[in-house]
Each structure stands twice: as structure tokens, then as C-alpha cells.
Design a protein around this ligand. Structure first.
Ligand SMILES: NC(=O)c1ccc[n+]([C@@H]2O[C@H](COP(=O)([O-])OP(=O)(O)OC[C@H]3O[C@@H](n4cnc5c(N)ncnc54)[C@H](OP(=O)(O)O)[C@@H]3O)[C@@H](O)[C@H]2O)c1
Length: 245
């Protein structure tokens, strides 16, 4: 039995989506005990049986259903610490611990999971108290500023993913350039951001090259590309003196 097993409470995980799958995998790698229930695996009538003995229940389900789930299962969940992982929801029904990470399909190794910072709400239960067996760094943000914190996560992680998936698809469909050929570009951008973020930005915004900015915008307009608005918004924020033609 590992040291974590003796230190840790038994967790109940509700859900079997992306985060639930990753977190269950992480707990398994640490040999932290847990039980998992999801509506696909078992009927609601089995919830009490599955999470019997779990002092802490992690509600790893869609943000919009977390509070309803607690209300609907109030008697089963009573006297347990409830925790959700949403970066924006603040609820009197459950504490929160937001993993500052993106979880898609591919599972990680222990080194990957251990480095993920968790963000809890200031003034509520500390991360180390919820997860005494986890080595992760943690931070606390005021509840009323959580939505701001989360909006930054969404812009940096999700918006760039939208831009990169569009880039990969259209390089291939419009210009016959494969995704593989573009990967070194992505790697260089990531590496520059990691090693010297202050000098990572290159291109017409960094150079304040108004001619190129206008030529790019005109090309997107001619292609009827709705991302013309995205490009324009970046120019308005970062080159406010630019006169867009
Ligand atoms: N993915 C990320 O990168 C990420 C990062 C940080 C935090 N989070 C947070 O993690 C939580 C889970 O997100 P996710 O990405 O894992 O979502 P997901 O992959 O879409 O999974 C959602 C889970 O919620 C379940 N669910 C939905 N409605 C339900 C209901 N009424 N009753 C019971 N279960 C229900 C789904 O079950 P069915 O399949 O049966 O619908 C599924 O198991 C969210 O709070 C999210 O904000 C996600």
C-alpha cells in the first residue's frame, strides 16, 4: 500500500467525461482510493451504494448541471464534502478546485498530472485539506474574481486551439500544406512563449506594419472569412492607432 493510500480520504467521482477520466487515472497512478459513478455506468438508484464510504465527492460533470445534481441527490450527498472542478461556477452547494489544464482524450503520466496547478476559492477549504495526498501546487482566488480568472484561461487555451485547428485545416484545404509541415511553427511559438514571452510576438502587429495588417484584413474579407472580425479585434486592441481600410 502506498503512502498516499494511508494519507488520503476515499473519493467519490461523479461523471465519466474528460476530466473525470483524467482525474480517475491520476488517482490510480498515485494509488489514492476512489469510487466512480456515472449515469452511463449505473442507474441513479446505485449512486448511494457506489459512493458509500466516500468522505469527499467530486462532481466532475457539466457546469450547468452541478447544482441540480446536488439538489436532486441531497440525501445521498449529505454529510460529505462536495467539490466541483469548474473554473467559473461559484456555488454554495459545493467547494471548487479548478485544474489549470486542458484535458482532451489522451491520458498523461504521473509527471504531467503532478504539475497541474489547482485554483480554489479564497476563504473556503484549502486544496491541501481536500486533497492531502496530492503534490500539486495550488492557488486561491476571490470567488467574485473567478469568472475573470476563467475568462483568461478560455482565451489563452481554447481560443488559440480554435485558431490552430482552423490554421491546420485551411493550410491543407486551401494550399495543400500538411499539418505535419506546420508543426515546427507551432513548436517554435510555444517554445518562445515558454522561454522568452516578452519577445515572443513577431509579425505585423509586433512591427506595427499597417500596410500588411490592411492587406491581411482585405484578403480575409475577400475570402468571406468570419475570422476577419477576430483579426480586426486584435488590431484594434494592440495597434489602436491603425486606420483600418
Ligand atoms: N475538459 C477540460 O479541459 C476541463 C478543464 C478544467 C475544468 N473542467 C471542468 O470539469 C468538469 C467536467 O468537464 P469535462 O470537460 O469532463 O466535460 P465532459 O467531457 O463533457 O463530461 C461531462 C460529464 O458530465 C456528465 N453529465 C452531464 N449532464 C449530467 C447530468 N444531468 N447528470 C449526471 N451527469 C451528467 C456527462 O455524462 P453523459 O456523457 O452521460 O452526458 C459526462 O460524464 C466541468 O465542470 C468543467 O468546467 C474541464
Amino acid at each position: 500500500m502506498s503512502q498516499h493510500t494511508t494519507l488520503s480520504p476515499v473519493y467519490g467521482i461523479v461523471g465519466d467525461g474528460r476530466v473525470a477520466t483524467h482525474f480517475a487515472h491520476y488517482l490510480s497512478l498515485l494509488a489514492v482510493p476512489f469510487r466512480q459513478w456515472s449515469r452511463r455506468r449505473a442507474p441513479e438508484s446505485k449512486l448511494a451504494e457506489v459512493i458509500d464510504g466516500c468522505q469527499i465527492v467530486l462532481l466532475l460533470i457539466r457546469d450547468g448541471v452541478i447544482e441540480d445534481f446536488v439538489r436532486e441527490h441531497a440525501s445521498t450527498l449529505r454529510n460529505r464534502r462536495l467539490v466541483h472542478f469548474s473554473g467559473s461556477l461559484v456555488s454554495k452547494f459545493a467547494e471548487s478546485a479548478h485544474p489549470l489544464m486542458t484535458f482532451a482524450e489522451r491520458l498523461g503520466d504521473l509527471a504531467f498530472y503532478r504539475r497541474i496547478p489547482f485554483v480554489v476559492e479564497e476563504g473556503r477549504t484549502r486544496f491541501a485539506e481536500i486533497f492531502p495526498g496530492l503534490p500539486n501546487p495550488s492557488y486561491a482566488v476571490p470567488a467574485d474574481r473567478k469568472a475573470h480568472y476563467h475568462s483568461l484561461c478560455v482565451m489563452s487555451g481554447n481560443f488559440t486551439t480554435l485558431l490552430w485547428t482552423k490554421f491546420f485545416a485551411e493550410l491543407e484545404s486551401c494550399f495543400g500544406i500538411t499539418r505535419d509541415a506546420a508543426i515546427p511553427y507551432l513548436e517554435a511559438i510555444t517554445s518562445n512563449l515558454v522561454h522568452s514571452p516578452e519577445s515572443a510576438l513577431t509579425g505585423p502587429i509586433a512591427r506595427r506594419d499597417l500596410g500588411t495588417l490592411n492587406a491581411n484584413l482585405a484578403a480575409l474579407r475577400a475570402a468571406n472569412d468570419p475570422y476577419e472580425k477576430i483579426y480586426q479585434a486584435f488590431v484594434e486592441v494592440h495597434v489602436p492607432e491603425a486606420e483600418i481600410l
